[in-house]
Design a protein around this ligand. Sequence first.
Ligand code: DQA
Length: 147
Amino acid sequence: MNAARVLVLHGPNLNLLGQREPGLYGRHSLAEIDAALQTQGSQAGAQVQCFQSNHEGALIDRIQRAPDQADGILINPGGFTHTSVALRDALLAAALPVVEVHLSNVFAREEFRRRSLISDIAAGVVCGFGPQSYRLALEALLAHLRG
Ligand code: DQA
């Protein structure tokens, strides 16, 4: 198989990682997380492209282009996880394998965070391990793509 291409998407407020509620989300910046994913990807012979937006439409535009550019999507939809039918629809339309990832354990927090509009259409979900969630999620997505 050619090098697997993974699109990593980060939703709203994840640009603030490192400063935002560090007790919950940790002290690593998004740039550090992206750099670690790039390194992990190249060690595994995969291409990793990362994109963050605070805007639902920008994330949807990126997902709509994904089928031409990626084999799988790793997404932390942030708050849109719990609200966005449109993001779910875009992922369904793209029809690529998706792994949903969260830094925090969304099941151990407020009730409204236990509902995800993405989980049931994802190949799998990783949450609760801080930045390590991303590492585990990329490893799982690459294994899933290799079949
Ligand atoms: C989050 C969990 C969401 O509930 C929250 O809105 C976020 C971050 C996480 O990574 O733990 O923005 O997706």
